[in-house]
Design a protein around this ligand. Sequence first.
Ligand code: SF4
Ligand code: SF4
Length: 408
Amino acid sequence: GTIASFRPTEEGIPARIRKELITDMTDSFYPMKPVVPYIKVTQDRVVLEIQRGCIRGCRFCQAGQLYRPVRERDVEVLKKYAMEMLRNTGHEEISLSSLSSSDYSKLPELIDFLIEECDKRHINISLPSLRIDAFSLDVMSKVQDVKKSSLTFAPEAGSQRLRDVINKGLTEEVILQGSALAFEGGWTRVKLYFMLGHPTETEEDIRGIAELSNKIAATFFDTVPKEKRVNGRVQIVTSTSFFVPKPFTPFQWAPQCTKEEFVEKAYLTRKAISEQLNQKSIKYNWHEADVSVLEGVLARGDRKLSQVLLYVYNKGCFYDAWSEYFHNDVWMEAFEACGLDPDFYSHRERPLDEILPWDFLDCGVSRAFLEREWQKAKNETISPNCKQACQGCGAARFGCGICVEPRG
Ligand code: SF4
Ligand code: SF4
């Protein structure tokens, strides 16, 4: 069922199609007069995209690879856009958008400007999720109600070993220091996001989720004296989703867990949390496994899956992202009717010499780089981010952004 070869069906069409890319974000088009609906909608605010791409190479993250290289917009232009769009739309809120906004080099300058200007005009600033440090806590305390807002960390894996496998450059030390600072500043709610089912995950890594949650709760009790504790407690909300391997990432060859394995991992997490000293301070949420397995099939599917899509569509499945409209049984019936095995797409490790269904697309990042990263993941070796050292991912051929900027 794998692909033997690819060739263009028409003459003159390249065998691989390379992505188009805006090389200069500052001079690119920006919708300064977006349509303003006269009904209440979500995202009812001015959105300022500060940069595109991400310097970090988390190995599970598709956006981090697809949008390489990171390209920042000039801060003066952003200030001008912000004021002009607020004027043009009359919105009462502005949000900053990008992947990993803390990495934008002029963030303090931009936020200071927005705080000053928006304060005068009674406009809210909706902050993106920021790396928790003294700067971001200071900003958050200026624009949010500390008592109501929560801190968010996305360690994605419970142990340092597994965070190295996925190349998530967030250490326990940074999380605990950030939490301590925040608790001193009056925060009492921390949200933690993890994924279950990363390649090489062991029971110990899963226990790490519970242990880290517990350590953060303990940090609260160590940091905040009894008389200063609001309601006497801290709330840690630990959420896990299930890992879905994605094309164009170093994990595109990785097997995805089965539904049973996922459920087992969620039970283990819940059990490990219930064994912690501070378990009463920890709330645990997890996602449904069925949807993640289906996502895994569709994410790395090939064109044979179009029969399945047509089948479920004809059976009325088209709002499946809403859980009340998701009918896993119809999907499974469709695979059976079309003679396809979902496990073929999700649950097997693909060999490096297999032609993958998306190999005719060139997203800028080379396959050789992804292979190197997959090997490094298996060796539990981290890669530095683009600001620290270029890893030769292939995106330099676009001649823009971080690839052509001096490092140091
Ligand atoms: S920081 Fe990691 S997860 Fe976030 S966008 Fe960048 S590569 Fe993706
Ligand atoms: S070529 Fe180097 S600097 Fe440019 S995106 Fe790739 S790793 Fe980063």
